[in-house]
Design a protein around this ligand. Structure first.
Ligand code: DLL
Length: 432
């Protein structure tokens, strides 16, 4: 049930002591080895010795993606390159990629955390893990891979894409665990159905999906179509990669590995902490990273702290599944809209496939939102009236959920581009 019970179930008081000790070491490491941090500390008259308790965390300055970009590529590293054994990089979809480095010890910690994550998500050493996260600069593939090997499971390093071959391998090798983005899991299910392969012919029983926002309804859809149990895994390159947090079998929030990361949830505007249960931006401080320590890193990811303890026995803080990113959030006519809200409505209503695209534009001074969504095969061959009714119902439901007017365009099945990694859900023409 646990990979490392001593740490995963550590009494809270002991965990806090460990966190403080590690925080102080991290602050020192950053101050003495990274000019960026030294300058940032000095600008507010802070010295490493000022961090005397965990409550002093708020005294530390924030770090942003822009800071990493300004120090591109290796300026934030706290060790000489001779100690860096691995380099990864974020996809760079929102600008210049950020580059991250790992010492041998960092890789070791990452493998340990990923082994814990896999076990927490329901994997054992007897599993055959089909790892369809991309291998390469993206942290997903190798992050999961090292954890799976550490656990002692049999890992198939198939990477993303080549979907028909994925299904053949899944069937022939008897894969029991699938790891990939939720959007790719859905695509796999779709191609499986096209190939006439039913979930009953597979040994698949569990999926560990993350790297992009997905809704609770999407979980249920994937579980149904693949006949598996699916859990949510979270992480980001700047902090380590996958393995910052994961759901346990309770599927009620993601446990954050508190002996390696300190988390806060803040109001992104006032930058003050918000109470548990309230949505805000997740801020992460690494506690053991050597090559790239991050202090109060503004993830831009939106979640809330879950109060109370989990019946699985882990004492780690939990965060709720992610609503989206502050920079994914669309402001349409002054109203905040997340793609995940649209996804939830579409899945709840039925009649459509969970493949959708939000197109935001501006006509004159007015923002417009169009939701393109695929109709399910059966409905598509139905009468025009059925389609008109569905469109009307979708418009009503989306407008009442989002609070703005929406144009719904129903499109033929399989016309919206499928992703092998992170799905693109929004086209915002206003920026062009
Ligand atoms: O996506 C690391 C990862 C790989 C996580 C495999 C999970 C599984 P990046 O490419 O740096 O790293 O992207 C990080 O992806 O800040 C979030 O916005 C988003 N993200 C990651 N996991 C989740 C999740 C990897 N479970 C960015 N739910 C993060 C929602 C997620 N968003």
């Amino acid at each position: 049930m646990y990979w490392n019970e001593r740490y995963e179930c550590m009494p809270e008081e002991e965990l806090r002591e460990l966190q403080l000790e590690r925080l102080q070491a991290t602050v020192k490491r950053a101050f003495f080895n990274v000019p960026f941090y030294r300058k940032a500390f000095q600008a507010i008259g802070l010295e490493p010795g000022d961090i005397k308790s965990l409550d002093d965390l708020h005294k530390l300055p924030f770090t942003t993606k822009q800071d990493l970009r300004d120090n591109y590529p290796f300026g934030m590293f706290a060790v000489p390159m001779s100690e860096v054994v691995r380099i990864h990089s974020s996809s760079g979809t929102t600008g210049k990629p950020t580059v991250v480095g790992y010492t041998r010890h960092d890789i070791d910690v990452w493998a340990e955390l990923m082994a814990r994550a896999l076990v927490c998500g329901g994997t054992t050493r007897h599993d055959i893990i089909q790892n369809a996260y991309g291998y390469g600069l993206f942290t997903g593939g190798l992050g999961i891979h090292y954890g799976a090997e550490r656990l002692g499971a049999s890992v198939i390093p198939i990477s993303g894409g080549n979907t028909k071959r994925q299904i053949m391998i899944m069937k022939d090798y008897g894969s029991t665990v699938l790891t990939c983005t939720p959007s790719y899991a859905l695509h796999l299910a779709e191609v499986m159905a096209e190939m006439g392969v039913s979930p009953g012919e597979l040994k698949l029983r569990c999926g560990i999906f993350g790297a992009e926002p997905w809704s609770e309804n999407m979980r249920q859809e994937i579980e149904k179509r693949l006949g598996i149990s699916a859990v949510d895994i979270y992480g980001l390159s700047e902090v380590i990669g996958p393995g910052v947090g994961i759901e346990c079998q309770e599927k009620n929030g993601l446990h954050v590995f508190g002996d390696h990361f300190l988390v806060e949830v803040i109001d992104p505007v006032t930058e003050k902490p918000v109470p548990p249960g309230q949505l805000g931006e997740l801020v992460i401080t690494s506690l053991t990273k050597e090559a790239l320590p991050v202090i109060r890193y503004r993830t831009r990811d939106i979640t809330s702290l879950i109060p109370g303890t989990c019946s699985c026995g882990r004492t780690y803080v939990r965060v709720a599944r992610f609503t989206g990113r502050t920079d994914d959030m669309l402001i349409i006519r002054g109203v905040n809209v997340f793609p995940s809200q649209v996804e939830s409505v579409l899945l709840e209503m039925g009649g459509t496939e969970p493949h959708y695209l939000l197109i935001v534009d501006r006509q004159g001074a007015l923002d417009t939102l169009e939701v393109k969504v695929e109709v399910s095969d059966s409905l598509f061959s139905d009468k025009v009236r059925g389609l008109e009714e569905l469109e009307k119902r979708l418009v009503n439901e989306l407008e009442s959920t989002l609070g703005i007017s929406v144009k719904v365009t129903l499109v033929e099945p399989k016309t919206i581009e499928r992703s092998e990694g992170k799905a693109v859900r929004v086209i915002d023409k206003r920026k062009i």
